[in-house]
Design a protein around this ligand. Structure first.
Ligand code: SF4
Length: 373
């Protein structure tokens, strides 16, 4: 089983905190979409040993900013060139701004999972983050998506914007009032070379302090657990049966092909990443020249990656699976490193399973680093 990721690298404006590869100009949009379609025809061999494709994911950038005809065209190319399961998960990331009732009805014919980048239901937060939409528009977009027939909706939220517990609590409750099947909640991170980074350095903006981030995360966990959501990955919560299949593939090490500028691909041992430059990408694809760089992961790197990704999930690591994949030596190393973490309560061991307790998920990076080789 495998997945396909399509990176649509265009946004109407750049959000203050964002360091994803996307450009604001739409001049080269059609050329880029043509190149993406062509890249899909050129690179099917990368996934050939891992057919059928189970998930297709339009991310970005802003996939909802492109004409729906292009989404359909790209899907047609995939179905013509790849072996795909009967009922694949086909997900699209969307900005509330783009979601008119007509657009939603149109895309609902081919897209079965909609991930809406709400981030906050408060205009103050949205302004702070540099988002284009308003809280009102976000609410209307979710309601319209339901009316259009979407029964697998994910809402993205960001916490740690300000110290206000009340605003965050209201964000959670408002999200819950729409009964989405899935909620992704990310802590605001300050990435280098973003407007937010610059503003913080110049003292023009401040974000939530660490204590408040922890309180907000705890509030989130408690509220969503009470409402029947499964906390299946650090930042992801789902009603039973609605885990993101595509993202779960990443965490479980499933192979995926990423197409479009800056998209990454992985097939278990080889990682590839496309050039993060629109013109170079389009020219390379048009001339049949590779637009990616390749790295072959060593066993050690594969092990570290496995540990990192699995421990971010509620399922954690099964030592028998670890041994089957990496052999006795790696299993013994893992067990040895885990001893002090189990003693200090940072890792929970249940039979053959090892996982980070939900309450310590926010510290997972430090805990996971102790298990790296
Ligand atoms: S819409 Fe998304 S990808 Fe585009 S700038 Fe904002 S956060 Fe980044």
């Amino acid at each position: 089983m495998s997945g396909i990721y399509i990176h649509i690298p265009f946004c109407r404006s750049k959000c203050a905190y964002c360091n994803f590869f996307s450009v604001v100009s739409s001049k080269e949009q059609i050329k880029t979409l043509e190149a993406i379609a062509k890249e899909l025809t050129q690179r099917s061999a990368f996934l050939q040993d891992f057919f059928p494709v189970e998930t297709i994911y339009f991310g970005g950038g802003t996939p909802s900013g492109i004409d729906e005809e292009w989404i359909f065209k790209i899907l047609d190319v995939i179905f013509q060139n790849y072996s795909v399961v009967d009922n694949p998960e086909i997900a699209l990331e969307a900005n509330p701004d783009d979601l008119s009732p007509k657009y939603l009805v149109n895309i609902s014919n081919r897209i079965n999972r909609l991930s809406i980048g709400v981030q906050s239901f408060h205009n103050g937060d949205l302004h702070f983050l540099g988002r284009r939409h308003t809280a009102e528009k976000a609410k209307t977009a979710i309601s319209d998506a339901r009316k259009a027939g979407f029964n697998n909706i994910s809402i993205d939220l960001i916490y740690g914007v300000s110290d206000s517990i009340e605003i965050w609590e209201d964000n959670i409750q408002t999200a819950l009032s729409f009964a989405p099947e899935h909620i992704s909640a990310y802590s605001l991170t300050v990435e280098e070379r973003t407007l937010l980074d610059q503003n913080l350095k110049q003292g023009k903006q401040i974000i939530a302090s660490e204590d408040f981030v922890e309180q907000q995360y705890e509030l989130l966990i408690n509220a969503l657990n009470r409402s029947g959501y499964e906390h299946y990955e650090i930042s992801n919560f789902a009603k039973p049966g609605f885990h993101s299949k595509h993202n779960s593939g990443y965490w479980n090490g499933a192979p995926y092909l990423g197409v479009g500028p800056a998209a990454h691909s992985f097939n278990g041992t080889i990682r590839r990443w496309n050039v993060a430059h629109i013109r170079q990408y389009c020219e390379g694809i048009a001339n049949g020249i590779s637009v990616f760089e390749t790295e072959e992961l060593s066993d050690r790197e594969c092990y570290n990656e496995y540990v990192m990704l699995h421990l971010r999930t509620a399922n954690g690591i099964d030592e028998t699976d670890l041994k089957a994949k990496f052999g006795k030596k790696y299993r013994e190393f893992f067990l040895q490193q885990a001893v002090p973490l189990i003693k200090s309560g940072q890792i929970l061991r249940e039979k053959t399973t090892f996982r980070i307790p939900e309450t310590l998920f926010l510290l997972s990076d430090h805990i996971i680093a102790e298990l790296f080789i």
